[in-house]
Ligand binder design. Sequence first.
Ligand code: HEM
Length: 123
Amino acid sequence: MSAYVILKHLHMTTAYLTVILLALRLLLDVAGKPNWRQTPLRWIPHANDTILLLAAISLLFVTPWMPFVHGWLTVKILLLVGYVVAGVFALKQTKSVPVRTVAALLALVQVMAIFHLAMAKPF
Ligand code: HEM
């Protein structure tokens, strides 16, 4: 199997996992079970997101895609920053429920836009 195929599968698998793991933590908070913060669920998403980003950066070396050259990738990276910031706010216990709800929605909308851009590469 080529490096490209391995990296792309790794990138896509961890991409799906980042959404599942965010949704799981949000749902546990909504269900009144914030104790996931004392379980491996505290660090597993960080490990997954590190692999996601390492695979993403590696893909840049084995594909012709380049940020600031291909618009979809540039916008994708900007949305990634928004996704991370919104995700942090959504999971912060010290923030109010309305702030966390809006942040959670923003995080989910942005990650869906990232998936759309990655799959359609529209510009
Ligand atoms: C939360 C963050 C991210 C998610 C959810 C995500 C998701 C995806 C998905 C699902 C694909 C495969 C699309 C397909 O062909 O069906 C993909 C492709 C790709 N991603 Fe990401 N990605 C993320 C972040 C990044 C970042 C930060 C970079 C660059 C620094 C990047 C670079 C790439 C490249 C170059 C491809 C194209 C591979 C190809 O089709 O040949 N991704 N991404």
